[in-house]
Design a protein around this ligand. Sequence first.
Ligand code: 9C2
Ligand code: ZN
Length: 440
Amino acid sequence: MAQAPLFRLQCGVNSYEWGKKGSESAAARYAAATPSDDLTIQADKPYAELWMGTHPSNPSRDLQTGRTLLDLCSQHQGLLSEPVSAKYGAKLPFLFKVLSVNKALSIQAHPNKKLAEQLHARDPKNYPDDNHKPEMAIAITPFEGLCGFRPLGEVAHFLETVKPLRTLVGEDEAAQFIQAAKDEGGDEAPKKKALQKAFGGLMSSSADEVEKEINNLVALAKSEGADFAAGGVPSTKGDVLVELVTRLHGQYGSDIGIFVLFFLNFVTLQPGEALFLVADDIHAYVSGDIIECMAASDNVVRAGLTPKFKDVSTLVDMLTYNYAPIDEQKMNPTEYPYATLNRTAYSSGSEVMLYDPPIEEFSVVRTLLHGEGAKATFDPLEGPSIVICTNGKGTIAVGDAKHEIEEGHVYFVGSTAELILESAVGKEEDFTTFKAFCEI
Ligand SMILES: NNC(=O)[C@@H](O)[C@H](O)[C@H](O)COP(=O)(O)O
Ligand SMILES: [Zn+2]
């Protein structure tokens, strides 16, 4: 029997410690928006991630039949399209998530394909996939994160002005780094080497050294206030650093990850803003709700700010040591050219925006339909999509099939289906959806 190309998904939510509690968590609210026998939201339990896709660690299911999406795609490969199923088999090329972050996530990076295969072969328990995991984050609420190494001059500034940091890095390593960072000319390779040496020096500190220096750091931050770190740097002022050191210390105690703050860009995203992280890029999300899309993998190499398995030497060895101002990491969405807005949508400032990272496995479209009757019609795609509504309500239609969709509802849309989204909100309200898709 042919499989309808539009069906509602029941998606699982996981309870990592850093998730927002109870219904404060968007991941929990969205999971609870779909009937499920085994989910009752508990007020004091953290709910971190809603997973939408075929990944076996938390497989999404067809709401009507209870069959896993992987099972359906295995039986009906047309849902994925011939090119996608030829290359990726029955597994979706992407994993689509909603994260609700209450406490900082681990200092982490995701291995490239080659390293992922090696780690998976060596330690399948901690590295469940043999695939890379480049990822994109799109803010649903205001979001804070640590992403990529700072411009070297900023790291040099902190090594010069924050004594506990310099002590852990090592006076010689710090001096060599500052020298390399200040050398205006010269190629990148020796600078990246100096950065790796300084970062590696920090990350090889003993627990006792960290305990001692974290107390000095917190005391210094408290006593110096806005003058902390000589007032900080343009991208992260002294008072912001004081608040972050205090907050992370409150969350994780004497954790080396707090010192990593001085090496990484601290970025805030407003709703709709996005960033993209290539494999081997260091990061740690700090707060807020995001849509996240990634290649289908759950490989995380961690080195701090976490009770989970840490693999510090692998992290220090694997990083790209790219360094750049945060604006170079942000992604700029563009108007999606394959959707048509009706007059109501057009006149009410609705928008269909494409977030298109430089990889094959996924892109994401954010559709914001403002006011009653605003409609967007999407050209057929040769590939699979997953749609989630994050605000308001409306209808989702493919061919003759038309369903109501509201906040938290998730739908799978099979290949070459012409998709129509129409809002059913008040004239001053928004109906917002995100659609992850792969087309090769
Ligand atoms: N940057 N975001 C991600 O990579 C998410 O998709 C991961 O699932 C989380 O980072 C996992 O974080 P923990 O290992 O619990 O610290
Ligand atoms: Zn990550």
